[in-house]
Design a protein around this ligand. Structure first.
Ligand code: NDP
Ligand code: MG
Length: 416
């Protein structure tokens, strides 16, 4: 893994620039115009916001959804802006391939972020990875591609970034050497806030409205990850993400609820030491860490007030309430096909919840029904050596999840 040297500005593409991670990334870039140059960015549906970003940052390349392409081009013209405009998955891949881009910030939500992340890994880009779904679906391909090309993957998911910071430098440079006994790494501990339903009953979870579910006690995030936090599927996806990033089996990774969201994760060593990274719950910190790595830059983030911290709580997760955690562990053990199933079924179920077609607790039930589906399970032992095989499995799962949801909402029946 090579380290970034600041001989010239780092040239960035921010994929998912109109989202929450996009916002936090651009806030850091605004502070360092001489150090980081935004060459390319992408949005999907929010073209008003994308146009404002084009006016501000004057990127050379912009990508937008195919549906919005014509309108977006017209409005750029009216503003007198003339970046190269691309669209859809091909456009995202083209941006991730640009020779004039050193660093790709992978901040698209969901499976839509996979292809461009894999492209960036194949082409040796430095990747600031927020899009956990790409590792859940295809971690083996992304990590192997990065290894072959020399691509540096720096996690900006706060827990993984915290773990990365607590690992020895040599493990940071090569995740495979985590198994060297001399490092003494025993267990990785992922912290979880527990979301908005930590102290609520399953019945209250069942009756949760969209706004109840989206409201997160400590973090402000996009819709999908907010729902994933409410069900704790987010931590399940992060477990699988961690297995790939740190080359460990799921039983070397533990999850602990830490409602304060101050300790962002920990590494337990064999001598009894636990190393942790602490900070205010603000995504600008892990993003700035990854942007500047191996250096450090000021972020303007409100530092922790240690004197005001009266206590730190750690709680064992309730697996009967947060079924998603059990399902994710099962998928992590079972392999790629099950992980694709977990992710795709969850994406479809979250969208159905946001569409008011199912209730919050149905999400995990639908994921479980897909994981248990005999026809899908027949593929769990496949190797999934290409992106096409992964996308084809993802599509099959989506069809299965949609048919379950259609049946339930048409008959107004209870799931199960
Ligand atoms: P948001 O929903 O806020 O933003 C998602 C971004 O992806 C937007 O730019 C959106 O464009 C774009 N997008 C959505 N669908 C597509 C598509 N089909 N094709 C191309 N682009 C698309 O999400 P977040 O920023 O919260 O999360 C992004 C990723 O980062 C997720 O994987 C999440 O799990 C991860 N993450 C987020 C954290 C957070 O604090 N928010 C923390 C840790 C990880 P548009 O809005 O224009 O439609
Ligand atoms: Mg996280």
């Amino acid at each position: 893994m090579s380290e970034w040297q600041y001989e010239r500005p780092q040239r960035l593409a921010v994929l998912g620039a109109t989202g929450s991670i996009g916002d936090s990334t651009l806030e850091i870039l605004r502070l360092y115009p001489d150090r980081y140059r935004l060459v390319a960015l992408s949005g999907h549906s929010r073209i008003d916001k994308l146009l404002l970003l084009c006016q501000e940052f004057r990127p050379e390349f912009v990508c937008v959804s195919k549906d919005k392409l014509a309108e977006f081009r017209q409005r750029l013209k009216e503003l007198g802006l003339s970046p190269t405009v691309l669209s859809g998955d091909d456009g995202l891949d083209a941006i991730a391939s640009l020779p004039q881009v050193d660093t790709v910030v992978a901040a698209i939500v969901g499976a839509a972020g996979l292809s461009s992340t894999l492209t960036a890994a194949r082409l040796g880009k430095r990747i600031l990875l927020a899009n956990k779904e790409s590792l859940v679906m295809a971690g083996h391909l992304v990590m192997a591609a990065a290894r072959r090309s020399g691509s540096v993957i720096l996690p900006i998911d706060s827990e993984h970034n915290a773990i990365f910071q607590c690992l020895p430098k040599s493990v940071q440079m090569d995740n495979r050497c985590i198994h060297d006994e001399c490092h003494g790494i025993q267990t990785l501990w992922l912290t979880a806030s527990g979301g908005g339903f930590l102290h609520k009953s399953i019945d209250e979870m069942k009756k949760a409205s969209i706004s109840d579910a989206i409201r997160h006690p400590n973090w402000s995030m996009g819709q999908k990850i907010s729902i994933d936090s409410a069900t704790m599927m987010n931590k399940g996806l992060e477990l699988i993400e961690a297995c790939h990033l740190f080359n460990l089996p799921e039983d070397r990774i533990q999850i602990v609820i830490h409602p304060n969201s101050v300790v962002h994760s920990l590494v337990q060593y064999v001598d009894g030491s636990f190393l942790a990274q602490l900070g205010s719950p603000d995504m600008r910190t892990p993003i700035a860490h990854a942007l500047a790595y191996p250096n450090r830059i000021d972020t303007g983030v409100q530092p922790l007030d240690l004197y005001a911290l009266s206590h730190l709580n750690f709680i064992k997760p309730d697996l009967e309430k947060f079924v998603a955690l059990k399902l994710a562990r099962f998928a992590a053990r079972r392999g790629t096909g099950a992980c694709i199933t977990l992710n795709a079924a969850n994406e479809v179920a979250v969208a159905a919840f946001l569409d008011e077609r199912i209730c919050l607790t149905d999400i995990a039930t639908i994921v479980k029904m897909c994981l248990d589906d005999d026809a899908l399970a027949m593929c769990y032992d496949d190797d999934f050596t290409t992106l096409e095989e992964i996308i084809s499995m993802d599509k099959r799962v989506r069809q299965r999840a949609c048919s379950i949801i259609d049946r339930v909402s048409m008959n107004d029946e209870d799931i199960q």
